[in-house]
Ligand binder design. Structure first.
Ligand code: CA
Length: 511
């Protein structure tokens, strides 16, 4: 983020970062890039433990290819999505601009149409309803100009239906397979043409461009994996380096079982078994691409990034107790708590030592400068302020862990009810996180180093730190030109977090 460094304190080297032994040597040509962004994959939805101890969820899921990536690369244990829902995070990845700055603060669907749910007494600000558009400079456009073949496969959801930005080809991609303005499939099943039955449901969710697979017994992300592998082969035939943006539609709702894997989870309830089968499908799609890189002998010259666009769904549509599916994190998708935004991030590639972990806090917008640097492409000199940090020194194990300021800003209500699912802004400074609730102007303060589950709120007991972090959050939001929620009665923005007298005390609402 801009002004993101708190220098001085906490410049401590990670023990795991010392003396890395690169598994892949330096390369002279530009690496291929595979950016694998899973939809709604939670921090606990992989076999690779990202908490200090393995968890029951780690043991539940079968993700051998994610495990392989972690064995061969670097796993970040404190990676975050830029937002707790899809579009803002995807926009931050592809433009390098954080939601608070871009005003793409919520998910898009139709042109000029606000998808926000209603929170009593608040209305959203005049946010960017249409998402990323051709006037925005994107990762794919920059890589394309630099000679890359740019390929999008899967869910897009950066620009609204009915706008140019709904088509990845308007934003720098040479190829688009199955991407459009909607962020979920009507069906994951080829037998259903990945669509709602004719005359039923809203056709906006029908997945475009996969007619080849219609009527076949194939799961959506299985079809996408075959398409992605074919595109890798086509890129190799072209002689260009490639940028493959592979964004599986899984594990987003609708939660539909893949019959090839669901039998592996007979011990779970039907809904959770279906979800686990989607996770395994996603992993197999990753494996198909990794296998092809091996088969074609280009694994050593290809940077692979595996991540998710927000925390795991837990407020509805899941089996078992709601809001528990990201434990030890609190809550899930849509929430201000860690369950909403902490995500897996694993990176493998040239110059990255095998089997490393990093506790460096990182966020989606870091991928923009990081991938451009990997491709030896300069950041554009266009006067646009971008967020994010080039993680290259961290990938190489050459940088100490740095204390950063990370900001989230979602002046929207997601709709589902649950812990932390409010219009909110939040900041993480070092290991401390402050959440500013827009509806009652209250704050919560958590020590993530000792309380990953955000169970002990220090807001009333540590006033000094509340004041400090509220000030930092207010400064950050103002410097980014963030738009606060509006009071419905007056149409005026709610106060900045540092303009509220927190000693006035507010009731804590959770429902
Ligand atoms: Ca998502």
């Amino acid at each position: 983020m801009r002004g993101s460094w708190i220098l001085g304190a906490a410049l401590t080297a990670l023990a795991s970062c010392t003396a890395p032994t690169p598994s892949h040597g330096p390369i002279s040509r530009r690496p291929n890039i595979v950016l694998f962004v899973v939809d709604d994959l939670g921090w606990q939805d992989i076999r690779v433990p990202l908490a200090e101890q393995p968890t029951a969820f780690n043991a539940r899921y079968r993700t051998p290819n994610v495990e392989r990536l972690a064995r061969e690369g670097l796993a970040f244990t404190q990676a975050y999505s830029a937002a707790p829902v899809c579009t803002p995070t995807r926009a931050a990845i592809h433009t390098g601009i954080a939601p608070a700055r871009s005003h793409i603060t919520y998910w898009t669907l139709r042109k000029d149409t606000d998808t926000s749910a209603n929170w009593p007494g608040l209305v959203p600000p005049a946010w960017d309803l249409n998402g990323v558009q051709p006037q925005d400079t994107t990762l794919a456009a920059l890589l394309s100009t630099a000679g890359y073949r740019t390929i999008h496969v899967g869910k897009w959801h950066l620009g609204a239906v009915g706008t140019p930005g709904s088509d990845p080809r308007a934003l720098g991609f040479d190829v688009n397979i199955a991407g459009h303005g909607a962020g979920a499939p009507a069906s994951f099943h080829g037998t259903q043409n990945f669509a709602a039955p004719a005359g039923k449901g809203d056709p906006v969710w029908n997945v475009p461009g996969l007619e080849r697979w219609h009527g076949q017994d194939i799961y959506l992300d299985e079809a996408l994996a075959i398409e992605a592998v074919e595109q890798v082969d086509a890129a190799l035939a072209s002689g260009q380096p490639f940028f493959l943006n592979f964004a599986p539609y899984a594990v987003h709702a609708p939660i539909q079982p893949n019959p090839r894997y669901v039998g592996n989870y007979a011990h779970l309830d039907a809904r959770e078994a279906a979800y686990a089968s989607m996770v395994e499908t996603m992993d197999a799609a990753l494996g198909a691409v990794l296998d092809e890189l091996d088969r074609r002998g280009i694994a050593d010259e290809t940077l692979v990034v595996f991540t998710s666009d927000n925390g795991g769904l837990s407020a509805h549509a899941r089996g078992g107790e709601p809001h528990t599916h990201n434990a030890p994190l609190r809550s899930g998708k849509g929430s201000a708590y860690e369950g909403g935004t902490r995500v897996p991030l694993i990176v493998r590639g040239p110059g990255i030592a095998a089997a490393r972990r990093s506790a460096q806090p990182v966020i989606s917008s870091d991928l923009f400068p990081t991938l451009l640097a990997a491709a030896q492409v300069e950041l554009p000199h266009d006067g646009v302020t971008r967020d994010g940090l080039d993680l290259a020194p961290h990938l190489r194990g050459e940088a100490p862990e740095l204390e950063r300021v990370l900001v989230w800003h979602q002046p929207h209500f997601w709709g589902a009810r649950g812990p932390g699912i409010w219009p909110y802004s939040a900041v993480r400074v070092g290991d401390w996180k402050l959440i500013y609730r827009h509806h009652d102007r209250g704050v919560e303060l958590y020590d993530l180093a000792h309380d990953l589950g955000e169970s002990v709120d220090f807001a009333t007991s540590d006033r000094r730190r509340v004041e400090e972090l509220s000030g930092i959050l207010g400064e950050e939001l103002r410097s980014m030109g963030a738009q606060m929620s509006l009071e419905e009665a007056t149409g005026e923005p709610i106060p900045w977090p540092d303009a509220v007298d927190q000693l006035g005390a507010f009731g804590y609402f959770e429902f």
